[in-house]
Design a protein around this ligand. Structure first.
Ligand SMILES: [Zn+2]
Length: 197
């Protein structure tokens, strides 16, 4: 069994930015690392509503542009990308529930501390993450590892799929397998795939 709570400890940051500046940032207590350079790469990407993944050494970053904001989350490599996506999805929903963001940002006296209290929501999301039921752990029989490997998928990814089974590439330990997942989150097939890029 995967210990999701323990995996969430690998989170390095959650950031919400406009094209110009960061409006909110969360980091674990006692973290003084800065990710400004990595975040600038995210901002250069103009595509909306698509999750982008970056591998930067021992850092994994997911980012997405939604309306006028860029949401990103980073962790060490113990995390899986779909878990980062699930975190960002929930963060963006809660952030927009709590704040009339466009209105606040258009206000001339906008001060950078406006959204600081959102830290409480982030801590809540992370503390109760399993209860939110946003992800599913699927056991994938990998023919390369010759072992069962746990794949984390976002439930929304399977639920919102246009057809089934849904293909998903599971990259781990330097190789990748293509997994086919049906709407009940059962594995319908696994194939070895080659990686390029
Ligand atoms: Zn494997």
């Amino acid at each position: 069994m995967l210990n999701i709570k323990k995996i969430l400890d690998n989170l390095e940051f959650i950031n919400i930015s406009t094209d110009e500046f960061t409006i909110f940032e969360w980091k674990p207590t006692r973290s003084y690392k800065s990710f400004i350079l990595d975040l600038n790469v995210c901002k250069q990407n103009p595509m909306s509503d698509i999750f982008f993944h970056m591998d930067k050494g021992n850092l994994k970053i997911v980012h997405i542009r939604k309306e006028n904001l860029i949401y990103s989350a980073g962790s060490n490599i113990e995390m899986q990308f779909q878990l980062l996506e699930a975190i960002i999805e929930e963060v963006s929903i809660e952030f927009n529930k709590k704040y009339a963001v466009d209105y606040i940002l258009s206000y001339e006296n906008f001060s950078p501390g406006t959204f600081n209290k959102f830290e409480v929501e982030i801590d809540n999301i992370l503390a109760n993450f399993e209860a939110l039921d946003l992800i599913k752990v699927i056991n994938i029989p990998c023919m390369v590892c010759n072992a069962i490997k746990p794949l984390i998928v976002k439930k929304s990814f399977i639920k919102n799929a246009e057809s089934y089974p849904v293909p998903i590439v599971y990259t781990h330990d330097g190789h990748a397998v293509l997994c086919f997942i049906d709407k009940n989150f059962d594995v319908r097939g696994v194939e070895l795939v080659h990686i390029t890029g």
